[in-house]
Design a binder for this molecule. Structure first.
Ligand code: SAM
Length: 323
């Protein structure tokens, strides 16, 4: 009677549940946020080690089952259940988050948590294996992508446990991994919209050189438009409070386009410049920033987070903005 659409795969291996709780490093003073408690196998252990558990569950039947399970036990006074979609729920204060979630909400949930203030200590989350490997990827790894860099901007991620599909009932189609996500304190100071626009361009074709990406007519046109708008306003975009300002959850739905990037140059790009091959002043400006900073021949697939931050700051110094 489980709902496939809600990703209801119940953890049935008690040793694995123990191991997740143990690796979470929960203290007896911790307020724990659990997402998708289901029938409460994990919830029970969390209640035993933490101070309180606040569990967000979308399915009314599961909420009932959960409440019945702990009714009349000493644990029930420390459990609060919120019925609702975690993506639409305003999250309460918590020290630590533990979640075995439906995989379709992986990306929006991760960024919702990372935007939450005050920042929690860490989140222990079960993800589809490939998603987990993207989060922990390093420059040069096959799965290193925009999602990786965006997550690593806001947090440190480490791989905790490999979990085979047969630990669940019913078993999902893919293997899973448990990762630990620790928000960076303090966070990097970037304007989130600008950063997002910048990374979208850099990872547009992650195996192409930045030199070739920033020669594309569409890219130059976009940057020139931003440049002129800002010049007209004679004003730099607000740098402050960028992370708090934006209310939309980052969307990585187009990530799979990037996945298919095999690094083969299709030769279809239209370069900027008129029929005589003249290069606009603005394009020269963009390319000179890239060259001066030494990034012309670099590829996003191999760049470290700090290098992305450096390059964006070099562009900004010359008045080139991405939002
Ligand atoms: N934590 C339990 C366990 O490990 O046995 C159940 C995990 S099951 C993979 C995912 C749970 O998340 C289900 O109980 C499902 O109803 C719930 N769920 C699905 N989408 C949700 C959402 N958007 N917000 C909150 N809970 C959700």
């Amino acid at each position: 009677s489980f709902h496939k659409s809600k990703g209801q795969h119940i953890l049935k291996n008690p040793l694995l549940v123990d191991s997740i709780v143990q690796k979470s490093g929960i203290k007896s003073t911790d307020v724990i946020l659990e997402i998708g408690p289901g029938t409460g196998n994990l919830t029970k252990k969390l209640l035993e080690v933490g101070k309180r558990v606040i569990a967000v569950e979308i399915d009314a039947r599961m909420v009932l089952e959960l409440q019945r399970r702990f009714q009349g036990t000493p644990l029930s006074s420390r459990l609060q259940v919120i019925q609702g979609d975690v993506l639409k729920t305003e999250l309460p204060y918590f020290d630590i988050c533990v979640a075995n979630i439906p995989y379709q909400i992986s990306s929006p949930l991760t960024f919702k948590l990372l935007k939450h203030q005050p920042a929690f200590r860490c989140a222990i989350i079960m993800f589809q294996r490939e998603f987990a490997m993207r989060l922990v990827a390093q420059p040069g790894d096959k799965l290193y992508c925009r999602l990786t860099v965006n997550t690593q901007l806001l947090s440190r991620v480490s791989h905790l446990l490999k979990v085979g599909r047969n630990n669940f009932r019913p078993p999902p189609k893919v293997d899973s991994s448990v990762v630990r996500i620790e928000p960076r304190k303090p966070p990097f100071e970037v304007n989130q919209k600008e950063w997002d626009g910048f990374l979208r361009i850099c990872f547009n074709r992650k195996n192409k050189t930045l030199g070739s990406i920033f020669r594309q007519k569409s890219v130059i046109n976009l940057l020139e438009k931003n440049y002129k708008t800002l010049q007209a306003l004679n004003l730099a975009p607000a740098q402050q409070g960028a992370l708090e300002d934006t209310n939309d959850v980052m969307d990585f739905s187009d990530e799979d386009i990037e996945m298919n990037d095999d690094g083969v140059d299709d030769g279809m790009e239209v370069e900027d410049g008129n029929a005589e091959g003249e290069v606009s002043e603005f394009k020269k400006k963009v390319l000179s920033v890239l060259m001066k900073a030494g990034f012309e021949g670099e590829r996003s697939s191999k760049l470290k987070l700090q290098q992305f931050l450096d390059l964006l700051s070099e562009f900004n110094k010359d008045g080139i903005h991405f939002s």
